[in-house]
Write a protein that binds this ligand. Structure first.
Ligand code: 6PG
Length: 469
């Protein structure tokens, strides 16, 4: 049996994507560097249209030509290692897709190497975790359009089917797909941090039990904030440790790990000068969380207020919902703004309304919010920031007071809320016609003769500050 699609790398994501493709009627070739895993997968898939291969040569030989190969190995040097072995075995016109969370610079570099050999290359962001890979992920492709055209049929079939079509899209040349996926993860970090802050305010601030908090998250999930991350947060808070019977979340060590995509998203925002402070705050919050021993030590030495809020619970929870809403919108707003700027700078030609459509199902940041977000971006493709468009402008007008009360209460009681406070600061700065940056310009000019512009006439100016003082 010849295979129509090949998967290299049989960890959970690779296996599940292979099974997904096979279940749509396409025979799949499967290869893993260590033969044990290939063997186990072959046993697991007996009777199905899976062709196991134990060498790359054998793998390549079982594929129909021109070949379509998805590489699902750990981002970084493992991808380079696979490509170094694979490329020489392929024929011009064959297509290689990298489905991992590769850095966009790596993807641009690898695409050139593929081009030199006459191969087609796609950097494909795949979101949705293990279950998504098996039942329908969101797929963000970029690279050679001709290659995408060849696999569009298969990718569209294995993708999540969203309210506005299959959650699979081609976003542009080069690393466009991986860049979109990276920013998706930046937004993912920011929303996860926002929900963690809401949990902390309810738990330490209001003294609520996991079950009570689950009820709150569940109620929010049924409203306009409905999302995958809210759904799993409710589920997490309802889960008990089978051994001890205690709420499992309370037994988990409070140090958040990260594999790098949120950091890269922030690094790129800094490089291109895109304002993404809420995403950055979420990355730094994970970094602070990792300083567990230092925090435990400092807790005894650095004083602060008691974290107990004296607030009326119902009123506080209503405010908290609005604060989470506005912070989540801020995360999408900053991420989409970054994509807009990156698209210009890097020549991706991104269609942001299409990005929002692809994020509607399958991926980790899928949310009902993406419906009005897509509508706003369809009406105004170059929208600078979501808060300028409806319904977000009205929501801000009606609810910014709630966000202010939540941030103020958190600060008053010593409960950190970096995502929420950065979202508030971001929108407040964005809506301020005259910021105090004039003073910064004056300081730069004083100590470094860096010059400044004036509001009353054109030109570039320098003042001998000491001389005229
Ligand atoms: C997804 C996820 C996925 C992965 C994250 C986790 O969209 O399916 O984003 O790609 O789970 O990369 O990232 P961290 O380990 O950095 O939290």
């Amino acid at each position: 049996m010849k295979a129509q699609f090949g998967v290299i790398g049989l960890a959970v994501m690779g296996q599940n994507l292979a099974l997904n493709v096979e279940s749509k009627g396409h025979p799949v070739a499967a290869y893993n560097r260590t033969a044990d895993r290939t063997k186990a997968f072959a046993e697991r898939t007996q009777g199905r249209k899976v062709v196991p291969a134990y060498t790359l040569q054998e793998f390549v030989a079982t594929l129909e030509r021109p070949r379509a190969i998805l590489v699902m190995v750990k981002a970084g040097s493992p991808v380079d290692d696979v490509l170094a072995e694979l490329f020489p075995l392929l024929a011009p016109g064959d297509l290689v897709m990298d489905g991992g969370n590769s850095h966009y610079d790596d993807t641009d570099r690898r695409l050139k190497l593929a081009e030199e050999r006459g191969l087609l290359y796609l950097g494909v962001g795949i979101s949705g975790g293990e279950a998504g890979a098996l039942h329908g992920p969101a797929i963000m492709a970029g690279g050679h359009l001709e290659g995408y055209a060849r696999v569009k049929g298969i990718l569209t079939k294995i993708a999540a089917q969203g309210p506005e079509g299959p959650c699979c899209g081609y976003f542009g040349p080069g690393s466009a797909g991986h860049y979109v996926k990276m920013v998706h993860n930046g937004i993912e970090y920011a929303i996860m941090q926002t929900l963690a802050e809401a949990y902390d305010l309810m738990k330490r601030g209001l003294g609520m039990s996991p079950h009570e908090m689950a009820d709150v998250f569940g109620e929010w999930n049924r409203g306009e904030l409905g999302s995958y991350l809210l759904e799993i947060t409710e589920g997490i808070l309802r889960t008990r440790d089978p051994e001890t019977g205690a709420p499992l979340v309370e037994l988990i060590l409070d140090t958040a790990q990260q594999k790098g995509t949120g950091k890269w998203s922030t690094q790129s925002a800094l490089d291109i000068g895109a304002p993404a402070p809420t995403i950055a705050a979420a990355v730094f919050a994970r970094i602070v969380s990792a300083l567990k021993d230092e925090r435990v030590h400092a807790e005894k030495l650095i004083p602060g207020p008691e974290p107990h809020l004296a607030a009326d619970r119902a009123g506080f929870l209503a405010d908290l919902h609005h604060a989470v809403y506005l912070t989540a919108v801020s995360a999408y707003a900053q991420g989409l703004r970054q994509l807009r700027d990156a698209s210009q700078e890097r020549g991706y030609g991104l269609d942001l309304a299409e990005v929002a459509r692809v994020w509607m199902a399958g991926c980790i940041i899928r949310s009902k919010l993406l419906v009005p977000i897509r509508r706003a971006l369809t009406a105004q493709p170059d929208l600078p920031i979501l808060f300028l468009a409806e319904p977000f402008r009205s929501r801000w007008r009606d609810h910014h007071a709630s966000l202010r009360r939540i941030v103020a209460e958190a600060h008053r009681h010593g409960i950190p809320a970096p995502a929420m406070s950065s979202a508030l600061d971001f929108v407040d700065a964005y809506r301020t016609g005259r910021l105090p940056a004039n003073l910064i310009q004056a300081q730069r000019d004083w100590f470094g003769a860096h010059t400044y512009e004036r509001v009353d006439r054109p030109g570039t100016f320098h003042t001998e500050w000491e001389a005229i003082r």
